[in-house]
Design a protein around this ligand. Sequence first.
Ligand code: 9MR
Length: 595
Amino acid sequence: MKTNRMKNLLCLGGMGVAIVMLSLEFVGCGTKEMPTTDVIRFNQVGFYPMEAKTAVIYGDSVGNRPFLVRNTDNGEVVYKGISSAPRGSDFSPVKTSVLSFDVLNRAGTYRIEVTDVGQSHPFVVGENILQDLSKSTLKAFYLQRASMPIEEQYAGEYARPLGHPDDHVLIHPSAVSPGRPVNAVISSPKGWYDAGDYNKYIVNSGFTVGMLLALYEDYPEAVRNLKVNIPESSNQTPDLLDEAFWNIDWMLTMQDPADGGVYHKLTTPNFEGFVKPTDCKQPRYVVEKSVTAALDFAASLAQAARIYDDYAADYPGLSEKLLSAAKRAYQWAQKHPEAYYMQNQMNEKYDPDVATGTYGDRRASDEFFWAAVELYITTHDETYLKAIEQYFPAAYTLPTWGGIGGLGYLTLIRYQDSEDAKIKPWAERAAQHLQAYAEKTIDGADATAYAASYGRSARDFFWGCNSERAAGQGITFLYAWRQSTDKKYLTAALNNMDYLLGRNATGYCYITGAGFKSPMYPHHRLAGSDDIVNPLPGFLVGGPNPGRQDGAEYPSDIPDEAYADVEGSYASNEIAINWQGSFVCFVTALAAALS
Ligand code: 9MR
């Protein structure tokens, strides 16, 4: 027996298969237990009893392998099957073979055993299996807050003292306006750190707030049930809205009272090192105003205005304040439609130079569209309706920080049955375009290497793809499912989730602290400086990126394997609020759909 097992391992190794972990669990020679291998890949968080269950053997150029599923508690064999013929893609030499065991509908813990391959890590089948992930990924935003002490009663070992009070922020020469000369001091506290860095950027904040609020508007019940133990949890407002407010309140400080324009970002001249927030010493500036910042600010705050109105007991006067700020920012953008943020040009004119993230974007029609949609839905003022008509995007695209038209689409779709007949034609058009996108994207996905819509093309892998493509598609499929009630879209969403949580070419579950193999060294200054071995939990990392713009050492340049779990890999292993926002939206919506 032992010799055979050894032979199997050698044979797999000889096939060039990356066996990342082969814990030789020979539980005594002569027993039936097989070695545990991580080439059997699946959703490491778990499966729903009544939903599809799929695993993949990575690196299997043979396929058609007999496998069985065994209950780990009592050893009972609960399912036997044959894996698929080998599959592949046009961008990777690696073959896979797919295992399906949908009928396994009893809650419990199981392992898969594949002849000549080994046994899988254990996995769980259980009701509401994504619920905890929905909570931990929302909770991650609390851990990411600036300007307040993160307390032990909410954060456990991740507690930390107040960092970045941001009550002494300087006006950069590029941001001067009446009443705010160079180096004037303003207060701009709160907000979330953008990502692995400690800066705060309006474009990305607007996207993130918009995404979280979209989730609330689509699944209010599910959101109300998300209790994540944050300082505001005892009030009457859902935790997600309290959390979003921490950032919204910061955003309000980024509007120049003189003219309603919005500073592009609050930043240090250079990225800080991997030091604790309390050890950061560089000055913090607000820099020039931009059209994209103004519009993302206008859109997200107009959306917030109609939502927080229902929570005026906890947030008195907020709704009015948000709407008036949003309108002013929109007017500013109308007057400055080409005020794109161009850091190089700014650096040529002003000192100090600024070298941090740009969120640069030379096209604002999608931002105009999103802002017009949110302002119209909140106010029913026809000026905004005209702008919707003017800027309506020709096709649905996944919502991202730089291509934000998708958020406008989602809001229109959400309000398609409202009493306002004027919005209907636009909402219907948005719904059709989204449906067409979903249909095209899921077509043929069953036969792909990882049995998911996501991950079948080399173009699916880029900076932030785990969120901007995989989660974005998932969110979109859930809209398509709600519109059509066709279950194939729900299954497609679950397949993308399975991909993100382990059924993929690297075998990583891409959320810190989840599953048995997750990122340990994210590009995250909070995690890298806190003297705790495990990274802050609940964060989605960017994902495989053959562009490898960080110059870090990657284990592979195959597009779906170009992922490096090293701190220096900001192009594949960073965390960011926008990516997190989409993931929270995806997992919470999916959990609600499956409950
Ligand atoms: O998410 C952004 C990605 O789309 C860009 O390709 C990349 C390079 O410009 O920047 C990413 O955003 C980063 C931001 O500029 C600064 N904070 C970290 C963000 C995530 O890497």
